[in-house]
Design a protein around this ligand. Structure first.
Ligand code: HAS
Length: 564
């Protein structure tokens, strides 16, 4: 499909800016493994502090890259399936808000004034521009939803009996989750953190801020995941040479995400004393609920791959695995997606461990956690993002891929890196190795009385994985920017692989409308969060003053009468 120059330019910038920033994000990822393995035994390297680097790593990779990509991919998906372009004024306004927000936050982080990590927990205080930047990035990313929803309503009016394309459904579900969950973090940032960071308020309610953050924080992970799921359902079966096993299974999975993605945030607060056990149990159970759509996906995609393999003449129970196009340079998206799915088997299993309150006691705040989330967000999510970024860019620009053979091995190299890296972290986590700690300063420094020799092998394994991931990342930049600097060979078009369904079930109205699901979502949210918020307000404790990351003493003394 031909698209306008304006939409092409918008998509280029929305993919190009975060990928350029990713170079900083990936560098700081490598540095994390270096500090943690005790190779560096200092608080800063090249004038960048450990926590400053960790903040840049988390914010760029997990917030900026993922949000820009979700919007760019959303524009591409909606335009492709509706054969109409989104409103350009709205789309560009959204883009500029996101760019300005990113610029403000990047300035605060690079100047060392916001080393508060991507969760920006108070009482650690960042520069007000950091919070303002985050708010603008989020508000900017809301705008396209309203325009896409308008396009959907118009399309539906003329296509009452046609099933909404699965990719469109996935995009709308994802941005609805995003809109709902970001309301809480917008409140946290604008009402609690900004006035406190500006010095207008002396103290902040830490417990409330954390609870609002996690209302957003777990749904955030599904906002990262769903663009990848859209690709798994609507593109992967076609790329594998087969069909999607069941279209209805995809719809059910997506609507279940709408119900269960948000009301589970308390599972990040199992150790917070301000929330009672009953609420933790309830949200823990719903957390198992939110894994159901991923189990549905695992079986549906596995069945689709089996169908593809059998079509190509595979024999035996698992023979189909041998017939898949793992190294086909023309279908390189397959490689990016299958590697992501493979990693997600382990990412999902470790998530199920975290969700049990008892097991969570063992792993909370240990290196196990980054072990888990590098097999999720740095697994299926990251691989889908970089694979699709290069695919969209080369198709829309009409430029042939630079170094296609290298391109197809990048996901495998990355997967080997992640498997080694996450093994080191998970193993270390079970031995009590803390996360978010510059281990080289103390625990991994043999001269220090806190030296922990049992964490030497675990962090060295992490370092080995980190180096392999870094090499894969550099190769990706070579391919992406190599393609960008090539001459245009053909007229660029917006084309996406489209999988037919093997079982294309007839339209069931319940699975083709939003209203009943939105109402149910609201009911579950009220049930899960009203008691949690009542608890939090009851057990708040004294307000906290401002702290900086380098000092255990508050930045200034707060008089008793100014505490809230
Ligand atoms: Fe999580 C913490 C529980 C999924 C990301 N998670 C985190 C954090 C991040 C994160 C970033 O309950 C840290 C936050 C922080 O900084 O503190 N998580 C879960 C559960 C799931 C889950 C139950 N997480 C994700 C996803 C993420 C993500 C997805 C990013 C995208 N997580 C937790 C909990 C915590 C947590 C607690 C808090 C812990 C604490 O103490 O702080 C589930 O959604 C997982 C379900 C997934 C599955 C896997 C299905 C498998 C599939 C692959 C099939 C493969 C095929 C291919 C077909 C059941 C779909 C085969 C091909 C071959 C070649 C073999």
């Amino acid at each position: 499909m031909q698209i306008s120059k304006s939409l092409k330019r918008l998509i280029y910038w929305q993919l190009g800016i975060p990928i350029a920033l990713l170079s900083i994000g990936i560098y700081h990822g490598l540095m994390q493994t270096v500090y943690r393995a005790g190779v560096l035994q200092q608080s800063a390297f090249a004038h960048l502090d450990y926590y400053q680097g960790l903040t840049l790593h988390g914010v760029i990779n997990a917030i900026v890259l993922t949000t820009f990509f979700a919007v760019a991919f959303g524009h591409a998906t909606i335009a492709f399936y509706f054969k109409r372009e989104p409103n350009k004024v709205v789309a560009w306004l959204s883009f500029w808000l996101m760019v300005i927000g990113t610029g403000l936050a990047a300035w605060a982080m690079l100047s060392g004034k916001a080393s508060v990590l991507y969760t920006f927990y108070p009482p650690l205080k960042g520069h007000p521009f950091f919070y303002l930047g985050a708010a603008l990035l989020i508000v900017g990313s809301w705008l396209p939803l309203f325009d896409w929803a308008r396009m959907y309503v118009e399309w539906k009016r003329n296509n009452k009996e046609t099933k909404t394309p699965l990719a469109v459904l996935g995009t709308l579900v994802n941005f609805t989750i995003w809109f709902v969950c970001t309301l809480a973090v917008a409140y946290e940032v604008l009402v609690l953190l900004l006035p406190w960071a500006m010095g207008w308020k002396a103290t902040v309610n830490v417990t409330l801020a954390r609870t609002l953050f996690w209302f957003f924080g777990h749904a955030l992970v599904y906002f990262w995941l769903l663009p990848a799921y859209v690709m798994f359902y609507t593109m992967l079966p076609k790329l594998a040479g087969g069909k999607l096993f069941s279209d209805l299974a995809g719809r059910i999975a997506l609507f279940l995400f709408l119900l269960f993605s948000v009301p589970v945030g308390v599972h990040h607060q199992f150790s917070d004393p301000s929330i009672s056990k009953g609420i933790k149990l309830f949200q823990g159970l719903i957390t198992y609920g939110v894994s159901i759509p991923s189990f549905i996906t695992a079986f549906t995609i596995a069945a689709s791959l089996e169908y593809a393999g059998r079509r190509r003449g595979s024999k035996g129970l698992l023979g189909f695995f041998k017939k898949l196009p793992y190294l086909d340079t023309n279908r390189y998206l397959f490689a990016y997606m299958i590697c992501g799915l493979f990693l997600f088997i382990f990412g999902g299993l470790t998530g199920l461990v975290n969700a049990s309150a008892q097991l969570n006691n063992v792993v909370h705040n240990t290196a196990w956690l980054p072990g888990h989330f590098h097999m999720t967000v740095a697994g299926p999510v990251f691989l889908a993002i970089i694979g699709m970024s290069i695919y969209l860019y080369s198709n829309i620009s009409g430029k042939k891929l630079f170094a296609p053979r290298i391109n197809v091995i990048i996901p495998y190299l990355w997967t080997i890196g992640i498997l080694i890296f996450s093994t080191g972290l998970s193993w270390g986590g079970l031995l009590g190795e803390p996360r978010r700690t510059n281990l080289g300063m103390t625990y991994l420094n043999p001269k220090n009385e806190l030296f922990h020799p049992e964490w030497v092998p675990t962090t060295l394994v992490g370092l080995a994985g980190g180096i392999i991931m870094f090499i894969a990342g550099v190769l990706f930049f070579v391919v992406f920017f190599g393609t960008m600097f090539r001459k245009k060979q053909t007229e660029g078009v917006l084309e996406l692989p489209v999988s037919e369904a093997l079982h294309d079930e007839k339209r069931i109205p319940l699975f083709d409308q939003f209203k009943p699901w939105l109402v149910t979502m609201a009911i579950i949210l009220v049930l899960a969060y009203t008691p949690a918020l009542i608890n939090v307000m009851k057990n708040t404790g004294p307000g906290a003053p401002r702290f900086t990351p380098d000092n255990p003493v508050p930045a200034e003394v707060v008089k008793e009468e100014n505490r809230e």
